[in-house]
Design a protein around this ligand. Structure first.
Ligand code: NAP
Length: 253
């Protein structure tokens, strides 16, 4: 059993709390957002609602799940302790800044949870390595330490692929429904087709192999891929657009 706190009870904190359900932990969630905090307290055994100050005081591991600009105003007023682990999930707050905001705590890491952490199977890159994160989420998720902060931040950039990819799937489903008249079925169909190419336990080389298998000359897949080649260049340039914001210019491309 661990004592775990969440500062900022929004979308990602809720998924993380749900991912800890049933393990006997004492979980403190901050009172904002009030609706979400109330829902979690009802839904997950061991969850209590508290002020930000009480969350920090009553936790051995504190997750920071605020927006960056809010963190700058909230964290300086909280009394972190040297003996507690602090794990931030916030994009745009560098490790050096977290060390200043959460002093005297020194066991500070940054990770990138995604909503599927609620049920497990979520990749969790982390920097620096965090025994606390591994202990809490390692059994059900894929926790892996990366070599430096630049590498970690590049993972934040890569997560942004989700929304353009989902938009392309929705566009395809809408196009399909124009012919079938069944929008619900079209969305399920497109989702199932894509899911079919994504095995439960992905391995390196899997994407290139799947692409090779979909490369029959003159086939529908290869034809559409050629038509969409400019979008691929746009994707690369959009990712590169994150360089300054995510501090990637110090690392490799
Ligand atoms: N969503 C994701 O999939 C995801 C994934 C990885 C990382 N992140 C990072 O996680 C952080 C939170 O994202 P999110 O999507 O969960 O945002 P969110 O739903 O807006 O959650 C942020 C929460 O902070 C609360 N808050 C505002 N002021 C506060 C205060 N003074 N004290 C305590 N809590 C306060 C807000 O409450 P009110 O609603 O009452 O204002 C809100 O519920 C961001 O830095 C984001 O980059 C998100």
């Amino acid at each position: 059993m661990a004592r775990i706190g969440f500062i900022g009870t929004g979308e990602i904190a809720a998924a993380m709390v749900r991912g800890l359900a049933g393990q006997g932990h004492e979980i403190l969630v901050s009172e904002r957002n009030a609706d979400m905090a109330a829902r979690l307290a009802t839904e997950v055994a061991g969850v209590r609602i508290a002020s930000n100050e009480e969350v920090v005081a009553g936790s051995d591991t504190v997750f920071l799940c605020l927006l960056a600009r809010v963190a700058e105003t909230v964290l300086p007023g909280l009394r972190f302790r040297e003996d507690q682990a602090v794990i931030s999930v916030m994009v745009d707050v560098a490790l050096a800044r977290l060390k200043a905001l959460c002093a005297p705590a020194t066991e500070i890491s940054i990770t990138i949870p995604l909503p599927p952490i609620a049920t497990g199977g979520c990749p969790l890159p982390v920097y620096p390595a965090s025994p606390a994160l591994e202990a809490l989420y390692g059994a059900r998720n894929m926790v892996f330490a990366v070599r430096d902060e630049t590498a970690l931040n590049a993972h934040f950039g890569a997560t942004a692929l989700c929304s353009p990819l989902l938009e392309q799937m929705l566009t395809t489903a809408t196009w399909l429904a124009g012919f079938t008249g069944d929008a619900d079925r079209a969305e399920k169909y497109v989702s199932a087709v894509i899911r079919g190419y994504l095995p439960e336990r992905p391995e390196g080389g899997m994407l290139a192999e799947a692409l090779r298998n979909l490369s029959t000359e003159g086939g529908l897949n290869a034809t559409l891929r050629t038509a969409m080649a400019p979008a691929n260049a746009d994707l690369r340039s959009g990712l590169d657009g994150f360089r300054a914001r995510l501090g990637l210019d110090r690392g490799e491309a």
